[in-house]
Design a protein around this ligand. Structure first.
Ligand SMILES: [Zn+2]
Length: 335
């Protein structure tokens, strides 16, 4: 649905000092494992959303409230688009360091400082089934995230200064387009970083329609979603659980191949031969590719033909009928 979109004009939001509207080079490796902290269990199985306040700043109460609403909005987005949900709780953390201590010129330095801060406070980073989503007051520029694939422990860093600008613009999470784009890049950025903290990579550059994924162009939020392969990865994460009975497929995969066989359907899912490999087929892709039927039922009605196909009543269900299997009911040559 974003095919053909011009991608060349993504900068204006940067002028506000906020989350830049360009694809992020933000996925990080989790550092080598530490001895697990005894407190780790207290944080396992949920997203712990921290709001970190430097020692020389007052808590931005409005920004904190916006953050809480945004995390809840992101949870709803995951629920709608992947059928999976998670529990979260918000905690305010007062730093012993002033805003200047967190200042940094590049993403790696910012990322390192956040680790220093959280380790200092004895948070069990990358412990089993933990996920820390940290909004950092006084850090408006650098967003990053990582997951340790052995523990599913994740960490994401987002800049809280963007929140106050959303508050000032009277923009609830997921409501206002930002920077001339069609979505909310701030809340979308939180959803994107959380995706990395859950272990999702950026989609391959060659993937058609990759902008559909929140892991590619987060600034279409909430109008993008997850590819089927991404949902499968999320499904294996211990913090995420089915949002409802049966864990319905993503809304984005529920489109129809009606009039879209061999190509992409309106809903964003695909009806081409590659969709199985990408796990992004529309639910009814079967209508596009009837099984190849060969062989004859002549002399074999009601049983298996010498051509290995079947001529019985069940063959339609199994999809292994001979090409002329339907003739058995009426034809004269059969038996
Ligand atoms: Zn990213």
């Amino acid at each position: 649905m974003f095919k053909g979109r011009s991608l060349g004009m993504l900068v204006p939001f940067m002028a506000l000092g906020c989350h830049p509207l360009r694809e992020l080079d933000d996925q990080r490796e989790a550092p080598p494992r530490l001895v697990q902290q005894p407190l780790a269990g207290a944080f396992a199985g949920q997203v712990t959303a921290l709001y970190l306040v430097p020692s020389d700043q007052d808590l931005d109460v409005e920004g904190l409230a916006w953050y809480e609403a945004a995390v809840d909005d992101v949870r709803g987005f995951y629920e709608l688009q992947s059928g999976l949900t998670f529990d979260f709780n918000i905690q305010v953390v007062q730093s012993a360091h002033p805003a200047m201590w967190f200042e940094c010129d590049d993403g790696d330095t910012c990322w390192g400082r956040l680790h220093d801060q959280l380790w200092e406070l004895h948070y069990p980073l990358y412990a089993d089934n933990t996920c820390f989503l940290v909004a950092q007051q006084g850090n408006g520029a650098h967003w990053a995230a990582a997951m340790d694939p052995l523990t599913f422990g994740g960490l994401a860093q987002v800049g809280a200064d963007a929140f106050q600008q959303m508050v000032d613009s009277d923009c609830a999470p997921g409501v206002c387009p930002q920077g001339g784009q069609d979505g909310d890049g701030v809340t979308g950025g939180i959803a994107h970083e959380l995706g990395h903290a859950f272990g999702l990579p950026h989609p391959p550059e060659t993937l058609p329609n990759r902008a559909f994924s929140i892991m590619a162009e987060h600034w279409h939020y909430p109008d993008n979603g997850f590819f089927g392969a991404e949902v499968e990865l999320l499904r294996n994460h211990p913090i995420l659980r089915c949002a409802g009975p049966g864990c319905e497929p993503a809304e984005s995969l529920q489109g129809s191949c009606d009039a879209a066989c061999g190509t992409q359907a309106e809903a964003g899912c695909w009806c081409d031969p590659d969709c199985e490999a990408y796990a992004d087929c529309c639910a009814d892709v079967g209508v596009c590719t009837p099984p190849e039927e060969e062989g004859t039922c002549a002399g074999y009605c009601g049983s298996q033909s010498s051509d290995d196909c079947y001529c019985d009543e069940e063959c339609r269900d199994y999809g292994d009928c001979c090409a002329d299997g339907s003739a058995c009911a009426t034809c004269g040559y059969c038996d």
